[in-house]
Design a protein around this ligand. Structure first.
Ligand SMILES: Cc1ncc(C[n+]2csc(CCOP(=O)(O)OP(=O)(O)O)c2C)c(N)n1
Ligand code: SF4
Ligand SMILES: [Mg+2]
Length: 324
């Protein structure tokens, strides 16, 4: 096994170490003293979404949650898949990674594994996350890395002009595509069953599950913030209407209700029941359905490193030396 850490330490004298520690402390103090505002999280790219798109609300709420936490944009990475929602990272002043359709979660997990100090946020649509990318969700959940996953659910494929998605209600006929294209499913409506994505994620064992609505800006910023604060995989179901292809603003304004004030966020079975019942009742509840802290993948990896390397650091060189 390589002696990289020991050799590095030997090379560094005590006065130099003190100087480095002083510089690190100074950099930390400067970081703390910088009070950021919303505009620090706006990129130079103006959003290209249709007027009235719910995604504007999600973007504003995320920027507000980042500003309230005064996070350094250089420490934030937003990873997205493909869809109108997938454009979000371009509009935020932070690192962004716009990957292929349905693969936001694998990429986000790789970023977090490579640098656990980063705040990693994955964003995408209902199609990106629960059609093509649906197989990745349970595995990201069971890994429980400290990642916030915001699913911007408009119950439709927005980018590709109005096809039904896994969260489109069964029987839905009112999907207007464009003046030159016919209505989607004009005869019997959508034939497939609708996935209950909130219930699915709770059943998968997710450590934080919440729902919020893009028309309720303050509440959405608060909920996304709670997801960011949660040490583990946080799922935020951000209902975000697509007024161009499936305008749900009016019905959703009627059907959004806060969870009861005395809601017990520690009861997974009750959370599943609530997520199932509300479908029949025709309502959406907003707030934190479930939250519990489990050890994260990063914590568990530290234990593996400790067993494998003892006091030595796990470095690529040390790993390569094992195969030399
Ligand atoms: C491999 C692959 N298959 C299909 C597509 C076409 N496509 C692009 S976005 C999309 C669905 C977008 O819907 P959603 O994820 O709900 O995002 P929204 O546009 O509604 O925000 C599809 C099917 C693609 N880009 N790549
Ligand atoms: S098509 Fe729909 S989801 Fe896409 S930008 Fe326009 S309103 Fe938003
Ligand atoms: Mg969608």
């Amino acid at each position: 096994m390589a002696e990289v850490p020991a050799a590095d330490t030997a090379k560094t004298g005590a006065p130099e170490r003190a100087e480095e520690a002083g510089q690190a402390e100074q950099a930390n103090q400067t970081k703390q003293a910088t009070k950021r505002t919303l505009k620090d999280y706006r990129s130079e790219v103006k959003p290209t979404w249709c007027p009235g798109c719910g995604d504007f609300g999600v973007l504003a709420a995320l920027q507000r949650a980042l500003a309230e936490r005064n996070l350094d944009p250089r420490d934030v990475v937003i990873v997205s898949g493909i869809g109108c929602s997938g454009r979000l990272p371009e509009f935020v002043n932070a690192y962004g990674l716009h990957v292929v359709h349905g693969r936001a979660l694998p990429a986000a997990q790789g970023v977090k594994a490579a640098n656990p100090d980063l705040t990693v946020i994955a964003v995408g649509g209902d199609g990106d996350g629960f059609a093509i990318g649906g197989g990745h969700v349970p595995h990201a959940v069971r890994r429980n890395q400290d990642i916030t996953y915001i699913v911007m659910d408009n119950q439709v494929y927005g980018l590709t002009k109005g096809q039904p998605s896994p969260s489109t209600p069964t029987g839905m006929q009112a999907l207007r595509r464009s003046v030159s294209m016919p209505k989607m499913a004009p005869y019997e409506g959508v034939l497939e069953g609708q996935l209950n994505i909130l219930a699915m994620v709770i059943v998968y064992g997710c450590s934080f599950v919440a729902r919020t609505f893009s028309s309720q800006a303050t509440e959405m910023a608060k909920t996304i913030g709670l997801g960011l604060d949660h040490p583990g995989f946080a799922f935020v179901h951000a209902m975000s209407p697509c007024p161009t292809f499936y305008n749900t603003y009016d019905p959703w304004k009627e059907s959004f209700l806060p969870l009861p004030e005395d809601w017990d966020t520690g009861d997974r079975i009750k959370a599943i029941d609530k997520a199932m019942e509300e479908v029949g009742e025709g309502v959406f509840h907003s707030g934190v359905f479930f939250q519990e802290q489990y050890r994260t993948y990063t914590d568990k990896l530290q234990d593996v490193y400790a067993k494998a390397y003892g006091d030595e650091q796990a470095t690529i060189d040390a790993l390569m030396d094992q195969y030399a």
